[in-house]
Design a binder for this molecule. Sequence first.
Ligand SMILES: *Cc1c(COP(=O)(O)O)cnc(C)c1O
Length: 429
Amino acid sequence: MQSQNTLLKQDSHHVWHPYSAIHADTPIYPVKSAQGVNITLMDGRVLIDGMSSWWSAIHGYNHPVLNQAISAQLQDMAHIMFGGLTHQPAVDLALQLVKITPKPLQTVFFSDSGSVSVEVAMKMAIQYWHAKNQANKQKLLTIRYGYHGDTFAAMSVSDPVNGMHSLFSNTLIKQLFAEAPNCTFDQSCAAEDIAPLENQLKEHHAQIAAIILEPIVQGAGGMRFYSPEYLRQVRELCDQYDVLLILDEIATGFGRTGKLFACEHANIAPDILCLGKSLTGGYMTLAATLATREIADTIRDGKPGLFMHGPTFMANPLACATALASLKLLLDSPWQETVNNIQQSLTTGLQACQQYEHVKDVRVLGAIGVIELHQAIDLKTLQPKFVDAGVWVRPFNKLIYLMPPFIISDEQLNKLIKAVCKVVAEIEY
Ligand SMILES: *Cc1c(COP(=O)(O)O)cnc(C)c1O
């Protein structure tokens, strides 16, 4: 194996990282392996994972059951095109997703990443209205602080400020935005919370194909938690104004917020649902867009009678087989109790951070813990402090947040929380 220094030098010269620059001066850490909730760096240090590789690795790393699912599928085929062909892992996974998601969702479109599943959802909504002879309904309406992905259409409905829309002003589709609600998860929703969205609907519903939202938890756009009552009212408004509801559960899906899907907090169902991230337990890249039977039938019966999308690696068998195994692991486990326990430890443990003047807010929902600061952090100085403290945490902007793998032990979780609180205590401006 080449030395760590050579690897880092080559990486720095030639390899892009997420939201980063070539030759950046922010630190990068070479990983040798990962096992359970432990990430082993090339220099031998072992870190407790607080990120689940961005919401994904809910069962931890190198899980024997998921490893076995991949090996078994590999004996049959790694991949096969999905145009004109089908296979057991795809059909089984589609049936399972239909079974565990809200009832009206009956059809599944597989794609290879969350952003693409959002593109697919937006296209479905537009094609649906086109098929109903309402081709004027092409706009999407959403709220501020959202995040729906990095491709252009997904970016067009992500927060205009955080998403740097000004950079792409001539290329980006202009969508409709409303102020986000201020009611927190355990508050009721006041008239002024819903009014901005309702006003946009009143004025523009004839051009709006769908509202797109992250239910209950807004992720990368600000880690905000809002009231289930708000989501219920959005559902009612969609029906009232003849607008579809797309819910993006790419981050929140599969138990993270304490319910299997975050929309269950509000007891509502979307017309279109996007899933990704932890779908395969963080093993493979796979996403899915679910839609109602009515949407699927309307698109088939309209013109051109086809849905206009088809990724090369659609329904990759390795990914589908892994997702099936990951879902079985999750659903056979006492995941609600597990997430509840993580919620309690995060709530108790992170409370200690609230005392510091530079901390604005500490909030927890399910297996998500957020420490919001008054000022943006300096990643260059903060990242090494977390690594020195033996934990992997990746803050952004004013947010330090934790979403550990569900399999984390009490002892590991307490270590993680203690380390984070220690680093937060030492932040200086
Ligand atoms: C991560 C994320 C996406 C984008 O998924 P990718 O797989 O990164 O393309 C979209 N929506 C939400 C809510 C996400 O958290």
